[in-house]
Design a protein around this ligand. Structure first.
Ligand code: NI
Length: 397
């Protein structure tokens, strides 16, 4: 019964959280520009009597809730991301984006509403022995808001013993949760290969060093890395997603330069390093064979999101107690997508789980212009996070 209580208590203010979520949806803000959103978060926390810290990671907000006892000295961190995407929304409902070119296309509006639901419940009940640290993070979408918060001393100011986060997941039905005790999401890297040749007249290619022909060979060769160099029992992706050279209006000008941009996704550091090395070897030696040069720039954006087994099993146990074990997938297949909660998990034990919300079958998928967060799962997400705090730091009378 004790475990059911957060969910049932939070359901009582489900309507308030839905209104709040839709208001956030209608007013999306990009990473590190979440001025309105973080203001709403801070004000809501203050009204609940929660200690508020602002300016950690620029627009980040941290709420600190002390349990009715703090004898354990323990601290549990819960993280929600707040940022939207630079994309246009195609929905027609009343709470659609009011800002052209901006959209909550990944449901971070829902994550923010969920964590405010947790705050409202925990601030009232305080039924735990320790400190709950509610981390409202900016700029998850590629800008590294987690890194900014960590660099501003997040875990020195709030030395959490464990950290947890969730992400809505349209491919899982509402009412289900998915997790696994290891890799959840891949490392995400960006690479750029610049091939330099010698430009000239398209009618006299023998007087040029054509970077486009060299680029073509490099594109094909890089597809051999996963097929021929990565152990088939490991997972990896090499995708070239942008090819730029020459001018479509100049059919007879061989350009001097070609540029390839792509992404590498891996779970293991050794595989990541090997792929970077192969990209460099293949591009420079193929370019050299054509008399050109190739320069690789390789950036590690986010590391792999890897749960620690104890905390992942703990989340699965808590979720099973709330939703029934038939609704908790404990060996969810990892995704080649990426998540910057990974940076927090590099410093602290913890777990990241997927909150089913359904909709994928009808095209409501993450980063789609017709996406919307499913408000019906707000209490489920909040109930699980609140129960994590209560069960991780139980009051022993
Ligand atoms: Ni997201």
């Amino acid at each position: 019964m004790a475990l059911r209580s957060p969910l049932e208590a939070i359901r009582k203010f489900h309507d308030d959280l839905t209104l709040l979520r839709r208001d956030l949806h209608a007013h999306p803000e990009l990473g590190f520009e979440e001025v309105r959103t973080s203001g709403i978060v801070a004000k809501a926390l203050e009204l609940l009597g929660v200690e508020v810290h602002r300016g950690i990671g620029k627009t980040g907000v941290v709420g600190v809730i002390r349990g009715r006892r703090c004898d354990s000295g323990r601290m549990v961190g819960l993280r929600a991301d707040m940022d939207a995407l630079p994309m246009s929304e195609d929905n027609a409902f009343d709470h659609r984006s009011s800002r052209p070119g901006l959209m909550h296309g990944c449901g971070h509006d829902g994550h923010t509403a969920i964590l405010l639901g947790v705050a409202r419940y925990l601030a009232k009940t305080r039924n735990f022995d320790g400190t709950a640290v509610l981390i409202f993070q900016p700029a998850e979408e590629g800008l590294g808001g987690a890194r900014a918060m960590i660099e501003d001393g997040l875990f020195e100011i709030f030395p959490c013993n464990e950290i947890y986060a969730l992400h809505n997941w349209p491919a899982l039905p509402a009412g289900k949760v998915g997790i696994n005790p290891g890799p959840m999401m891949a490392a995400s890297d960006r690479f750029e290969i610049v091939i330099e040749g010698r430009g000239g007249h398209g009618a006299h290619p023998y007087l040029t060093i054509d970077p486009i022909v060299a680029a073509g060979q490099i594109i094909t060769a890089t597809q051999s890395i996963v097929a021929r160099n990565v152990n088939p029992l490991d997972s990896a992706v090499v995708s070239i997603c942008s090819v730029q050279a020459g001018n479509p209006g100049a059919m007879s000008v061989i350009p001097r330069e070609a540029r390839l941009v792509g992404t590498v996704r891996t779970f293991r550091r050794t595989v990541q390093e090997m792929i970077e090395n192969r990209l460099r070897e293949l591009s420079s030696s193929i370019a050299a064979a054509f008399g050109a040069t190739a320069t690789l720039t390789y950036e590690r954006i986010y590391p792999a999101t890897i749960n620690t087994p104890r905390e992942a099993n703990f989340v699965a146990d808590v979720a099973s107690a709330i939703l029934g074990k038939e609704n908790v997938i404990r060996d969810l297949t990892p995704s080649m997508g990426a998540e910057d909660f990974s940076l927090m998990l590099q410093g602290r034990p913890g777990a990241y789980f997927r909150l089913g919300q359904g909709g994928a079958e009808s095209g409501c998928i993450l980063h789609s212009s017709s996406y919307d967060f499913n408000d019906s799962v707000i209490p489920i997400g909040a109930g699980i996070l609140a129960a994590i705090v209560e069960r991780s730091m139980p009051v022993v009378d």
